[in-house]
Design a protein around this ligand. Structure first.
Ligand SMILES: Nc1nc2c(ncn2[C@@H]2O[C@H](COP(=O)(O)OP(=O)(O)O)[C@@H](O)[C@H]2O)c(=O)[nH]1
Ligand SMILES: [Mg+2]
Length: 213
């Protein structure tokens, strides 16, 4: 069931956003989640731990109650169904150093696209750009997959890029909020999720070296 969102014009209102971080184990899901929430990079986590965090924040004067699910373990059909019904914003991660993780990202992205309605945001994130000497997935392949699954694409280093990870979260939330507004205004044709996402990310990421569309 869809959660009710409150009006952004009222500063005392709170908008709920549910985010899910998906990808093969080892790609950096926990590292990214912890960066989003604490700004810190912590090297090692319990790989089997699945956690949902609640975080209150202000974005462009709007109060957000963000719930973020850091998934772990095998992406079974049952688990994916749960994630898809929970989430509005999906971060699909793969490591640029691991081809297998890219194939899993493709499977996950296709699944989300198939089962979700329009008012969601999907971001394909290539991680570990600090290890580019071990790169096994080209940037172009990332772009192509993003096109295929109807997402935007971004490459980051979670360990080195605090500013980038912070912008990634904020920009993704902005996209989701604007997608939602479009849907509520019945403005699907002119400005559907993909075109808005591209628009937003283009403006923000063309200036950044490791994130682009
Ligand atoms: N070099 C590098 N290592 C990373 C990066 N992100 C995560 N890691 C490391 O990759 C490993 C797996 O990260 P983790 O967040 O536990 O992955 P998860 O299984 O997807 O949750 C850990 O050793 C992290 O320190 C990154 O951007 N660069
Ligand atoms: Mg983890």
């Amino acid at each position: 069931m869809r959660r009710k969102r409150t009006c952004s014009a009222n500063p005392s209102s709170i908008t709920n956003v549910h985010a899910v971080v998906l990808g093969l184990d080892g790609v950096g899901k926990s590292a990214l989640t912890v960066r989003f929430l604490t700004r810190r990079f912590i090297g090692e986590y319990d790989g089997s731990l699945e956690m949902t965090y609640r975080h209150h924040m202000t974005l462009d004067g709007q109060y957000l109650a963000l719930e973020i699910m850091d998934t772990a373990g095998e992406n079974t059909a049952q688990k994916l169904e749960k994630c898809a019904s929970f989430g509005d914003v999906f971060f699909i991660l793969f490591s640029i150093t691991d081809r297998f993780s890219f194939l899993e990202a493709k499977r996950l992205g296709k699944y989300i696209r198939k089962v979700k309605d329009n008012d969601y945001t999907m971001i394909l994130v290539g991680t570990k750009t600090d290890l580019s000497r071990y790169r096994r997935v080209s940037r172009n392949e990332g772009f192509e997959l993003a096109k295929e699954i109807g997402s935007v694409f971004c490459e980051i280093s979670i360990s080195e890029g605090f500013v980038e990870t912070n912008s990634l979260l904020n920009d993704s939330l902005r996209l989701q909020l604007s997608n939602k507004t479009d849907q509520e205004n019945g403005d699907k044709e002119k400005s559907g999720p993909l075109s808005r996402m591209k628009e937003g990310f283009k403006g923000i990421y063309t200036r950044r070296k490791s994130c682009s569309l």
